[in-house]
Design a protein around this ligand. Structure first.
Ligand code: NAD
Ligand code: MG
Length: 382
């Protein structure tokens, strides 16, 4: 029996992780955490019977506590609750499916307690990769990627000599606005950005996919996971989302992982690595597919990618500012408080305004996050 905990169980990755638990009887859910969706959390608790549940807000936790009073399970709230979940004795694997930098402290706590990490929460690696990767190495903890591209890269490196990697080819769908020019993005509304052509995901990452910020975050995520410098990571637009990413070796060979777009595969792969469990689902029909096409990303229009390369080249606390400014700008955009292109202006402004700290501690990362938020509060136009 493998005992897992899920940070963010009510979200897109969280609910798909629970689908995998449903079809694998040797997985057991020990702990669940979510933001505010009490009714879904109650359903999940009744079905999966974890020992601990955490809701971010105290009100939600109180509400949940009274709803599940008949079950005798422990209910906690806030960061304290997430940190207690992260080190839960009986839990072996923590699936980090929470959205945003809020995942940093629980992820670090789980690594310190020796838990295997199935990592979806890329914002944590983007901002604190310089702390997390060495800590994981020191504690001999595996960080198994759940992001589909990183899972593909990981699979394409199986059994290979990592020193012989010449390049990572990170694929991108191009998002819902691929092919459009700047003028055609002026009046984009949140509901337009929330229509991803191939993947159904949470709201924040869906907007990030439309700005190419997601691909930028993924370049930084790949740097930390695979120890490859950004100049050796090339983004290739592959609009059908069939090739999930590729690795080129020094002899010119390119290894890739292909499949239909379904996050359950990378989630399940992380949970059972190195095994490959059977999984139902649509298979690629190459006759029907007929062609897979490739393009160069339009980084002049979709500036998110170029900004990420700038941030990681500068290093230190700059990737935190890139990420934090984006988190804040996207939430304003989702509330229809700013326009689509203003997301880029706010990120760029916050980065220009920032005094870089090298090798920032967790406290300094969280300070830089707060500074980026303040910058945006005082500089947004609308
Ligand atoms: P989502 O918005 O669908 O779900 C987020 C989950 O986190 C929810 O359960 C929410 O309640 C919980 N949460 C949010 N704030 C919280 C808090 N303060 N305390 C406790 N729980 C909190 O997001 P998602 O699409 O599932 O994405 C989750 C992470 O996985 C993100 O980092 C994203 O970039 C990454 N990711 C997602 C996908 C995907 O297909 N959805 C693919 C690759 C990577
Ligand atoms: Mg991805």
């Amino acid at each position: 029996m493998k005992k897992i905990g899920i940070l963010g169980s009510t979200g897109s990755i969280g609910t798909q992780t629970l689908e995998i638990v449903r079809s694998n009887s040797d997985l057991q859910v020990t702990a669940l955490a979510a933001g505010s969706n009490v009714s879904l959390m109650e359903k999940q608790i009744r079905e999966f019977k974890p020992a601990l549940a955490v809701m971010w807000s105290e009100d939600a936790a109180e509400d949940l506590k009274s709803r599940v009073a008949d079950l005798g399970i422990k209910v906690l709230s806030g960061m304290e609750g997430l940190l207690e979940l992260a080190v839960l004795e009986e839990m072996e694997v923590l699936v980090t499916a929470i959205v945003g930098m809020i995942g940093i402290r629980p992820t670090i706590a789980a690594i310190e307690a020796g838990k295997t990490i199935a990592l979806a929460n890329k914002e944590t690696l983007v901002t604190a990769g310089h702390i997390i990767m060495p800590l994981a190495a020191q504690k001999k903890v595996s960080i198994l990627p759940v992001d589909s591209e990183h899972s593909a890269i990981f699979q394409s490196m199986n059994g290979e000599n990592k020193k012989r990697v010449s390049k990572i080819l990170l694929t991108a769908s191009g998002g819902p606005f691929r092919g459009r020019k700047r003028e055609e993005l002026l009046n984009i509304r949140a509901e337009d950005a929330l229509k991803h052509p191939n993947w159904s995901m949470g709201r924040k990452i869906t907007v990030d996919s439309s700005t190419l910020v997601n691909k930028g975050l993924e370049v930084i995520e790949a740097k930390w996971l695979f120890g490859v410098e950004p100049e050796h990571i090339q983004v290739v637009v592959q609009p059908q989302s069939i090739i999930h990413s590729m690795v080129e070796y020094e002899d010119g060979a390119v290894m890739a992982q292909l499949g239909t777009p379904d996050m359950k595969l990378p989630i399940q792969y992380a949970l059972f690595y190195p095994d490959r469990r059977p999984m139902e689902g649509k298979r690629i029909d190459f006759y029907e597919l007929a062609s897979i096409t490739f393009e160069r990303p339009d980084t002049d229009t979709f500036k998110g990618l170029a900004m990420a390369y700038d941030a990681i080249r500068t290093g230190g606390s700059m990737p935190t500012v890139f990420n934090a400014a984006n988190e804040k700008a996207v939430s304003l955009f989702l509330n229809n408080e700013i326009r689509f292109l203003e997301i880029y202006d706010l990120i760029q402004g916050a980065m220009e305004n920032h005094q870089v700290t090298d090798n920032p501690s967790v406290d300094r990362i969280l300070e830089a996050e707060a500074e980026a938020y303040e910058y945006i509060d005082s500089h947004r136009r609308t």
